[in-house]
Ligand binder design. Structure first.
Ligand code: ATP
Ligand code: MG
Length: 475
């Protein structure tokens, strides 16, 4: 949207009400920050920040009487007030200035002028504001050339970059996040400053770092953000395990691919196919254990045997370290990492029903996500190869559909479970129950016995005999 169209766009009853209230109360009010930036960029935003030159809370009390039916929440400690209107969150705050201590990114906040409030913002494109004054309604205030920088797609700090990043090092993550999310370039001086201030990231909480990291991962082309994190040296500090994927070793003239850039390509490929943050995390971690499992032997060259299992084992620790959720989402990522080679091995040979049943059983509801990961894992530059591999996966998908339709494996439970085994032989939970359960499941998945009660019972009895178990009423 062009700046001159903004006035018309914000000419809504709510903004007019705020404008009139500000005038009657004797303060100036401005829409500030991300909302203004996103309006010019034609991006949707769900939160609107409003700054007044006075107390945000006092003005909010005054305004609330004119917003009948809208509940205003007050946060005295932060000096902010919030309300929701048409699914958009409005935050009211007084203009402030900030000063920083060396060991904390939390500033000492004092009331300030509107100018000081604009200077404390991280980028010129985030320092834009729109006047809600009755006389200047809809006028865009652009103290640092933010509009020009939007057209140039440039991230520039309003003040000296090194100080800006040192004061609040989260801004380094934000710079890289905006670069990835908006497709902007970080201005050279800023880029150099991030490199020199990178160690300051240690005063930022893990939660905030991860929050920005996830926003980078959710951008259209996450590799942009990761490459910047890498070249600035920040990635090494916040996610060293990932940087260890970098590099190519050559022995006897044989090299392997650079797993860092391969992984980033896989991540971009997944991003083209899915917006699921956790599927994107599975892409990031699918080869994470390659450096730990790398071996060279004269016959087969470079191998990474077992990297999928070790990768799955490492996943919880990585999640914990990054303060990512340890719930089903982690389990999902772990499962995909563990299974990411399975469809490939199935697509190479003639696909057997038992292999497909096993895949359906292990992947369950996440089969489609797994197939997306596998298709994204094809990063060859040879188009003929890519076509061939994609075709193979298409066959696996089709076969999965057929087998699922006839055998219903996804939510399948074997006809005899642990409970029945324990009751039959008077057992407590333990090793023997596990052995029999597994034998039944495996035999059915392999197609050795039918997926039926009687067949399963026969095998249960046979296994029990091998284990020396007796039915209690037969003793
Ligand atoms: P998004 O909402 O997409 O995360 P945003 O820029 O709106 O992006 P918010 O966290 O909503 O980010 O912050 C609103 C505004 O507050 C920003 O546009 C910016 O002007 C200012 N701001 C936020 N965080 C910082 C920071 N760490 N340093 C300086 N200014 C900041
Ligand atoms: Mg915002």
């Amino acid at each position: 949207m062009k700046p001159e169209e903004i006035r018309h766009h914000i000419d809504t009853p709510l903004f007019r009400t705020i404008s009139k209230a500000a005038s009657d109360y004797g303060v100036s009010a401005f829409i500030v920050g991300g909302y203004v930036r996103d309006l010019i960029l034609d991006r949707e935003s769900k939160d609107i920040d409003i700054v007044v030159d006075g107390s945000g809370i006092d003005f909010a009390h005054f305004l609330s009487e004119r917003l009948q039916g809208t509940k205003v929440n007050y946060f005295k400690n932060f000096g902010t007030a919030m309300f929701r209107h048409n699914d958009i969150e409005y935050e009211l705050v007084g203009a402030r200035k900030e000063s920083y201590k060396r060991d904390s990114r939390k500033p000492i906040v004092e009331d300030g002028t509107l100018e000081e409030d604009r200077e404390r913002r991280d980028f010129t494109i985030n320092a834009l504001s729109i006047s809600l004054d009755e006389k200047a309604f809809g006028e865009v205030i652009d103290p640092f050339g933010g509009i020009q920088h939007i057209t140039e797609k440039l991230l520039v700090t309003p003040l000296e970059p090194a100080i800006t990043y040192s004061d609040d090092p989260l801004r380094m993550m934000r710079a890289i996040r905006f670069a990835s999310q908006l497709g902007f370039r970080i201005e050279d001086r800023s880029f150099e400053a991030i490199k020199s201030q990178k160690d300051r990231i240690k005063i930022v909480s893990q939660e905030r770092i991860t929050d920005e990291l996830n926003k980078i991962i959710l951008s259209d082309k996450p590799s942009v953000g990761f490459k910047l994190l890498n070249t600035t040296g920040i990635l090494e500090l916040i996610f060293p395990k990932f940087t260890q994927l970098q590099g190519v070793e050559v022995r006897k003239g044989i090299g392997h691919k650079d797993n860092f850039y391969h992984t980033l390509k896989v991540l971009d490929n997944v991003a083209d196919r899915s917006n699921d943050l956790w599927l994107r995390w599975a892409a990031i971690l699918h080869d994470i254990a390659k450096p730990d499992t790398k071996q060279f032997d004269k016959k087969s060259g470079w191998t990474f045997h077992g990297h999928e299992d070790l990768g799955a084992k490492l996943t919880p620790g990585i999640f914990r370290g990054l303060k990512l959720p340890m719930d089903q989402k982690m389990k999902f990522v772990q499962k995909l990492v563990r299974l990411h080679l399975r469809p490939i091995s199935l697509s190479k040979k003639e696909v057997s029903d038992s292999g497909i049943r096993r895949l359906l059983f292990d992947a369950g509801e996440d089969l489609d996500s797994l197939m997306i990961l596998c298709e994204s894992d094809i990063t060859s530059k040879n188009e003929v190869k890519v076509k061939k591999f994609l075709g193979n996966f298409q066959r696996v998908r089709l076969k999965c559909k057929e087998v699922e339709e006839s055998d219903k494996i996804k939510n399948w439970q074997p006809p005899i479970g642990g409970e029945e085994i324990m009751n039959t032989f008077g057992l407590k939970p333990g090793r023997e129950v596990g052995i029999i359960k597994t034998a039944i499941r495996e035999a059915i998945l392999e197609g050795e016995i039918k997926n039926e009660y009687e067949a399963a019972k026969g095998l249960m009895m046979q296994k029990a005999q091998e284990l020396g178990l007796r039915e209690p009423n037969n003793i």
